[in-house]
Write a protein that binds this ligand. Structure first.
Ligand code: DON
Length: 306
């Protein structure tokens, strides 16, 4: 298999696609991103890196950050987290509130917004938001082995300024006793993690531990246990694309986590960590060409987990 050629071919095909989806427009910093962008980076288990297109251009990783926040929160507080957030796909939009009423403030999973706000609250664990955001940034830089990973201040500010629904989710869960800290603190952590800015290369590097039983290749650092790694991957497969998770599993068959910035992190256990980015989204808020690129990559490499 010539992986370099496959990656280059997919980038060329995506560059030629006319129907690129619709760029998120709820904040100006995302609305002005050029939909012509497409990037892909594949880091193999052996350590080879194959990239093409705009693979070195930083973009707002948005909800992809939920994978890193969950990993860190599990490390900090462990299994008690699962009393506060579930492990079922929601079948609802990423920012939906409806299930929280009948399910008594326990979000379905850590990858919808309500679940991620609970994870942010758990991450606070006695620290303030600023320290916690710093911890998360250091963690992601360590995972990517790249000090160039940043939080985009403009995006973080806009998330906070327009995040009425997330604040509502926080308040609603607080009323059920499922947030330990002030809603503002939990949301501040959440807004800043959404504003992490990374390139495909940095994102694929940061995801390596997920293809490697929780060990960071190279340094050999243990990021998390093999058991948790399997579970995080399982959640990515079942919940990583919100109400589009079934379709993504059907078409691609790789654990993946998407964000409204147009990025997707894909994990092929034992084989590869993949990041794709194309800012235009489909009707479920997942990257249109990012999904298509991963579908073609899975077809041509045989990397579906099924
Ligand atoms: O929380 C929000 O509404 C935004 N920061 C979007 C997060 C996100 O990426 C959801 N998904 N696709």
């Amino acid at each position: 298999m010539n992986l370099a050629q496959i990656v280059a071919d997919i980038a060329a095909e995506m560059a030629a696609e006319a129907d690129r989806g619709r760029v998120a427009d709820y904040i100006p910093a995302l609305a002005r991103v050029d939909p012509a962008h497409f990037g892909i980076a594949v880091v193999t288990h052996e350590g080879a890196v194959h990239e093409a297109g705009h693979s070195e251009t930083p973009f707002s990783i948005q909800s992809v950050s939920k994978v890193f926040a969950l990993t860190l929160a599990l490390d900090r507080i462990g299994p008690p987290l699962w009393k506060r957030v579930g492990r079922e796909p929601s079948g609802s939009a990423f920012n939906s509130i409806i299930q929280l009423e009948s399910e008594r403030g326990i979000p379905r999973n850590p990858f919808i917004n309500a679940g991620a706000i609970v994870v942010s609250d758990a991450l606070l664990a006695g620290h303030d938001a600023r320290e916690t955001i710093g911890d998360l940034l250091r963690f992601v830089r360590f995972l990517a082995e790249d000090e160039g990973v940043e939080i985009d201040g403009e995006v973080a500010h806009s998330e906070a300024a327009t995040g009425f629904r997330n604040i509502a989710l926080g308040n609603y869960m607080k009323s059920f006793g499922n947030l330990e800290n002030a809603v503002e603190e939990a949301c501040k952590v959440y807004f800043h993690q959404c504003a992490l800015s990374m390139s495909c290369r940095q994102l694929a590097m940061a995801g390596r531990f997920l293809m490697n039983d929780g060990l960071q290749p190279g340094s050999g650092a243990r990021i998390t246990t093999p058991e948790r790694t399997r579970r995080i991957n399982a959640l990515m497969l079942t919940c990583g694309h919100y109400d589009g998770s079934g379709e993504f599993a059907f078409r691609v068959g790789i654990p993946g986590k998407s964000g409204v910035g147009g990025g997707i992190l894909g994990v092929v256990p034992g084989k590869a960590s993949i990041a794709v980015w194309s800012p235009g989204l489909n009707e479920r808020g997942n990257s249109k060409l990012g999904s298509l690129a991963l579908e073609r990559l899975a077809e041509r490499t045989g990397w579906s987990v099924f």
